[in-house]
Design a protein around this ligand. Sequence first.
Ligand code: HEM
Length: 331
Amino acid sequence: MGRLHLLIIVFLSISSVTIFMPELVAAQLKTNYYAKTCPNVETIVRNVVNQKIQQTFVTIPAVLRLFFHDCFVEGCDSSVIVASTSGNTAEKDHPDNLSLAGDGFDTVIKAKAAIDAIPSCKNKVSCADILAIATRDVVQLSGGPGYIVELGRLDGFTSKASNVEGNLPKPTFNLDQLNTMFASHGLNQADMIALSAAHTVGFSHCSKFSNRIYNFSPQNPVDPTLNKTYAAQLQQMCPKNVDPRIAINMDPITPRAFDNVYFQNLQKGMGLFTSDQVLFTDQRSKGTVDSWASNSKAFQTAFINAMTKLGRVGVKTGKNGNIRRDCGAFN
Ligand code: HEM
């Protein structure tokens, strides 16, 4: 009787954990998922990523942002990579995704080809996992922390532009809006702050922050939280009628290094978007920014933790997904 009682308690606690902890999804992911089917998958992806980076640095921010946009819409299932067809406007053609750099997609497609060139690996590795591995690699190859990637995601069956609407954060978001959106994917404020530091590499088009440097408000033509020298530099790089194709470095100090200078920039009023700068101006997140600005190791640990959680969002397994033969099209 005592034993049964204990079993019931264990069962109840497990079932409540299932409901309240998204972390349990990880039970389906494994770090050695391809050990039997394609043991060299990570080396193959790493080589492709390395080669792509040698061709263009853009590979780094492009892959990193692609992973984020994939995971926040329909989960990490490579739905963002699927191309539109005559009957379906895919995620990648939603306005929020039009600025995803082509080199991110190209990296996944090239890695998939390299994997499939090994007969035993052919059609064994999902595009979603290739993107997760490539993301770890671009972070590490730009000076960020290395980490073990959980694997075993399948590719999804749905990619609709209409599903993107309202599921990606806007550069004008305040802290509450950021927290709400990240929380809906099981990510807390610390995760959100750590992941925002992805803006330590990469580029932004002028239109994404022009509201901060021109006609910000009736009282302040320029956002007062913006460093004055930096604001003047931004106005110079992004004059009022700038070519919409112009993009500038998001981290003006170390644009090619994945480092905690992102947080040091925020302390100086040099966060590019409202959503970046608010992390320092809002007292509820300032402490974390200050701590990671001075402690790179602590930031790296938080980033790895947050990326691992991001990689578990909406993972497809079993009948809910498959392995796409072509990452850009459903089988
Ligand atoms: C916190 C809320 C976030 C907002 C509001 C936001 C918004 C933006 C915007 C507006 C751009 C510029 C796009 C362009 O003009 O081409 C951008 C770029 C970028 N974002 Fe974010 N983002 C956020 C979080 C993240 C996260 C969590 C990651 C990855 C973990 C990420 C990675 C990147 C990267 C790497 C770029 C540069 C892309 C490139 O150079 O091609 N962002 N983001």
